[in-house]
Design a protein around this ligand. Structure first.
Ligand code: BTN
Length: 276
């Protein structure tokens, strides 16, 4: 039996509803695309919240900002979770924080390494004193059809047992958990831990408990000079990273002490402005 097939995963799960409807695919285009197509199919309303689609390999895995997400078979966790939050719109910004925190807590538990969060959706570990990304999260929302309730698909990609030679080349350096922890990890144990933490955090949020304080504790580069690129060209800004607000917006204090909040974008280390 493959370690990520349904029977094996069901035995490891400790959740009530996330992952209880579970589909394993040896190869797909993208688990986000496949799950989205299923939710939008005529019988999509019957797909329960917590449904997980997981693939061993994606032909066209997608990341944020139209980037690609690539991983060889047998090395990673590549999965999408269907959520049907019936919360007020202001709380939808909690979902990326909940997903990132779930991965961070699960990885610390299973791999025993210290995990940080890079705004908005990356999960990172230290290698040689520098933060490296091992997990990316892509949240996509929609309404299946007019008048029907809305859904969010949380697509999560985790580099688990990826050899160094297969790491993607990226401006922000990438790594995998085997490289960071020094030994291969059980993808099944890690998946079960992520889904367990995801369910606990989601249910706390549904009860009104915001995740931003726990998220902010892990936020990297706080107090450092960074550049934030906004969603549109020319919308970038430099300043000191001052944290996140309750909706998960990044707070940046500029040279004049004004605080700006970003709902989307990318952050990179910049260094202080030159002395006048
Ligand atoms: C990012 O860092 O830009 C987000 C990467 C998200 C990758 C995951 S892998 C499973 C799911 N299916 C996809 O096509 N993308 C997400």
């Amino acid at each position: 039996m493959h370690e990520l097939e349904a029977t094996a995963v069901q035995q490891a799960l400790q959740t009530a509803w996330i992952g209880r409807a579970y589909h394993y695919f040896p190869r797909v285009t993208s688990t986000n695309d496949l799950l989205k197509a299923a939710v939008n199919a005529p019988d999509g309303a019957t797909l329960p919240a917590g449904t997980v689609y997981l693939a061993d390999f994606q032909e066209s895995g997608r990341g944020r900002l139209a980037r690609r997400w690539e991983a060889p078979p047998g090395t990673s966790l590549l999965f999408s979770v269907l959520l049907r939050p019936d919360w007020e719109a202001e709380r939808l910004g909690w979902l990326p924080m909940i997903a990132g925190l779930a991965v961070a807590r699960a990885v610390e538990e299973v791999a025993g390494v210290v995990v940080g969060l890079k705004w908005p959706n990356d999960v990172v570990v230290q290698v040689d004193g520098r933060w490296h990304k091992f997990c990316g999260i892509l949240l996509e929302s929609g309404a299946a059809r007019a008048m029907s309730s809305s859904y969010v698909i949380a697509g999560i990609g985790i580099n688990v047992n990826l050899p160094a030679a297969d790491l993607p080349a990226a401006r922000f350096p990438a790594t995998g958990l085997m490289l960071a922890a020094g030994a291969p990890l059980s993808r099944r144990a890690l998946l079960a831990a992520v889904l367990g933490h995801l369910e606990a955090l989601y249910e706390a949020a549904a009860q009104g408990q915001p995740p931003h304080a726990a998220w902010r504790e892990r936020l990297i580069w706080q107090g450092e000079w960074v550049a934030v690129s906004g969603p549109g060209p020319g919308e970038g800004l430099h300043g000191v990273l001052a944290g996140v607000d309750e909706s998960g917006r990044l707070l940046l204090r500029d040279e004049d002490g004004r605080v700006h909040a970003f709902a989307a974008g990318d952050v990179s280390l910049h260094g202080p402005p030159p002395e006048p």
